[in-house]
Design a protein around this ligand. Structure first.
Ligand SMILES: Nc1ncnc2c1ncn2[C@@H]1O[C@H](COP(=O)(O)OP(=O)(O)OP(=O)(O)O)[C@@H](O)[C@H]1O
Ligand SMILES: [Mg+2]
Length: 365
């Protein structure tokens, strides 16, 4: 069992106003306050237990086994991908597979180089240092990290002003695991120092069904196959959302039935929580509706959309759009957002002549 050192871990703080709050709670892919405990129990503990992401699992298995055979610490690993797909889970699994300790921190917690120096000076040979939201690390800490990653050495500055001296400090070989939802925001030098980058992809319905079934087993709830498939297909490709929807459905089944989850319970609960057949919530549908009914399908600028639904542009752009684009409902074009035929159909309307078809939907980002 890997020893997980959690004392230094702080959840990254979201900048004020960057995210819609209560309106998005059910299908927000970001973790919610108080959700950590529920999630901890549901995290797979080994690569073999990890559902989906076959490519990442295979590649990572090779990286870890290769290093183990050669008796060295594995290359630094960058886990990149949208929220809720299993980056933190995978970091814990890496330490577990290596049989070493995991030390966790996050980019926003490393404000000064000293914060990182304190973490690094506690590291033992072979440890895994996990830095969540690594793209938010402060510049001085980032520069110290370059040297630590490359040479397993840092310079600690002691004192201030002209009398300051730098003391070199050797660090035992360790493996850095960085996680980021914004790989594009990483600086080149930092990205280059990772030996292996794992790109986590959204999950298909089959894999998410297995995630739901597994979570139900752990929670001790009985669930039908149709019900777990129903939850999976409304989970926006994201295990965190699948687990959350399962908890909501369980509440509903406890209140309205005998606690067993069948298709009717799943559908009933998801209707109460406003999650439609494709996993869109009220805000997503509002955006589609403004685009389709208010602007004939677009193109419409993101600011206009945001004002019309009463949200910040960043919320529409970062919270709604990624999934709407992925679901083939909207396309981002140079002139604004355009609704595809699929969006019209989803709102129960006949798409006009010339609306983008499902298959030629594209994203310019
Ligand atoms: N492959 C998987 N199989 C089963 N459960 C999973 C899997 N991936 C993720 N989960 C579950 O989804 C939840 C979220 O996963 P995790 O915290 O690892 O995501 P993350 O990528 O770190 O998200 P964030 O970007 O918000 O930090 C956890 O409760 C975990 O149990
Ligand atoms: Mg995480």
């Amino acid at each position: 069992m890997a020893n997980i050192e959690k004392t230094e871990f702080r959840l990254p703080e979201e900048p004020q106003g960057s995210r819609a709050s209560s309106r998005r709670d059910t299908v927000d892919p970001a973790a919610q306050a108080g959700e950590q405990d529920a999630e901890l129990n549901l995290r797979p503990k080994s690569l073999a237990e990890f559902i989906g992401q076959p490519k990442v699992c295979d590649q990572l298995g090779l990286v870890l086994n290769g290093a183990r055979r050669r008796g060295v610490t594995p290359d630094h690993v960058l886990l990149s991908g949208p929220p809720g797909l299993g980056k933190t889970t995978m970091a814990m699994i890496i330490a577990q597979e290596l049989g070493t300790s995991l030390r966790m921190t996050s980019g926003p917690a490393l404000e000064r180089a000293g914060d990182l120096a304190a973490m690094l000076s506690n590291i033992m040979e072979g440890d895994v240092l996990f830095i969540d939201e690594i793209h938010r690390i402060a510049r001085p800490a980032e520069e110290m990290l370059y040297m630590a990653m490359e040479d397993f050495r840092i310079d600690v500055i002691v004192g201030k002003g002209p009398g300051a001296t730098s003391i070199p400090l050797d660090i035992p070989p360790f493996t850095l695991v960085g996680a980021t939802t914004r790989a594009g925001m990483l600086t080149g030098p930092l990205r280059d120092r990772f030996g292996f980058t794992a790109q986590m992809e959204f999950y298909g319905v089959e894999d998410l069904t297995r995630v739901v079934d597994r979570a139900a087993r752990i929670l001790g709830v009985h669930i039908d196959h149709e019900a777990s498939t129903e939850i999976a297909s409304r989970s926006r490709g994201t295990p965190r959302i699948a687990n959350r929807l399962l908890r909501r459905v369980r509440d509903y089944a406890d209140v309205h039935g005998d606690g067993r989850i069948d298709l009717a319970a799943a559908q009933g609960a998801l209707e109460v929580f406003d999650v439609d057949s494709l996993g869109l919530d009220r805000l997503d549908r509002a955006v589609l509706s403004v685009l389709v009914k208010g602007h004939g399908g677009g193109p419409v600028g993101v600011n206009t959309l945001a004002v019309a639904v009463g949200e910040e542009p960043s919320t529409v752009e970062e919270v709604c759009e990624p999934y709407l684009v992925r679901a083939g409902m909207i396309a981002r074009t140079g002139r604004g957002r355009v609704a595809t035929a699929r969006a019209w159909l989803h709102l129960g309307l006949e798409p006009p002549e010339g609306a983008l078809g499902v298959h030629d939907t594209h994203s310019e980002e």
